[in-house]
Design a protein around this ligand. Structure first.
Ligand code: SAM
Length: 277
């Protein structure tokens, strides 16, 4: 097991997090100029992870590896356990896979930390989890586009919906299956891109980056009958763009939620619920 310590200009950090697709890391120090963070990786995945990070750093034009050290597996698991605290988003509570929920007022969603996006820490995942209980009902057919860890699909399945979950990444599909099993819900997790879907659902969930919406919004808008619940929209410019895309596809917003980027009150992530006009 290796611990890789990186430094990145603070202005590039959010983009990095999105590009790196939710792989777990620990922030060691963050100020207005710089973020120093650690990534824990199994020996056999270190080279792959370093290469992906270097490619992202090259695209962003910043970022450096400052230290690489060997650590024992035990420490790594302990680190995860320290960092992965339960997150309450009523009616849900997200807990790490090794914990047992002993309360009875919340619906537990167990997540095993892994490579796929969707530990519940990101504001966009939280926005989606706040919207799902209001717009997803028992017995409905739901499509989760870009399922990552499967977290949103699990939330919908726990409400009693029938859920198909798709992602273009192999590891996301595996984690979706594993997390579904841990949560004792049935989810049809499949490796597919959104344009391969040829069926209509009651409601579609899509927490995606703006570029993916730019490419596929028209298709996504054609896949639901009741509601389209989306997030992944960062700051005003992307909000204006997504509302234009929705209008072009004859959708109207019925609900808007926002949540700030952690530690940055002025920088908001948005989520929307749309229906057909
Ligand atoms: C921001 S993550 C969301 C993960 C999780 N649903 C959540 O809300 O925390 C977006 C996911 O979309 C997937 N993705 C990207 N393009 C896609 C496409 N064209 N079709 C399906 N999934 C896609 C990515 O692989 C990634 O796992």
């Amino acid at each position: 097991m290796k611990k890789l310590i990186y430094s990145l200009p603070a202005s590039l950090f959010e983009i990095f997090v999105v590009e790196f697709n939710g792989y777990g890391f620990e922030i060691l120090n963050r100020d207005e100029n710089e973020v120093v963070f650690a990534i824990y990786a199994q020996n056999e995945e270190v080279e792959g992870i370093k290469n992906s990070i270097n490619e992202i750093f090259e695209d962003l034009g910043g970022g450096t590896l400052i230290l690489e050290e060997d650590i024992t597996e035990e420490n790594w698991e302990e680190k995860w356990k320290e960092n992965f605290q339960p997150i309450r988003i009523p009616p849900f509570i997200i807990i790490p896979e090794w914990e047992v929920y002993t309360g009875n007022d919340l619906i537990p969603i167990k997540i095993k930390p892994g490579m796929a996006f969707g530990t519940g820490l990101h504001p966009t995942t939280q926005i989606m989890l706040r919207l799902i209980p209001e717009y997803v009902n028992k017995g409905e057919y739901i499509l989760d586009i870009g399922t990552g860890s499967g977290i949103l699909a699990i939330a919908a399945a726990k409400i009693g919906a029938f859920v198909d979950a798709i992602d273009i990444q192999e590891e996301a599909v595996e984690e979706c299956q594993q997390n579904a099993w841990e949560n004792e819900v049935k989810i049809n997790c499949q490796k597919k891109s959104v344009e391969e879907i040829d069926k209509k659902y009651d409601t579609v969930l899509a927490n995606l980056q703006i570029d993916i919406f730019r490419k596929h919004f028209k298709t996504i808008a054609s896949l639901f009958n009741r509601y389209l619940i989306i997030s992944g929209i960062f700051k005003e410019k992307e909000k204006t763009d997504i509302l234009k895309m929705a209008d072009k596809s004859k959708l109207i917003p019925v609900k808007e939620l926002s949540q700030p980027e952690e530690g940055k009150e002025g920088e908001l992530w948005y989520g929307f619920v749309f229906r057909h006009k």
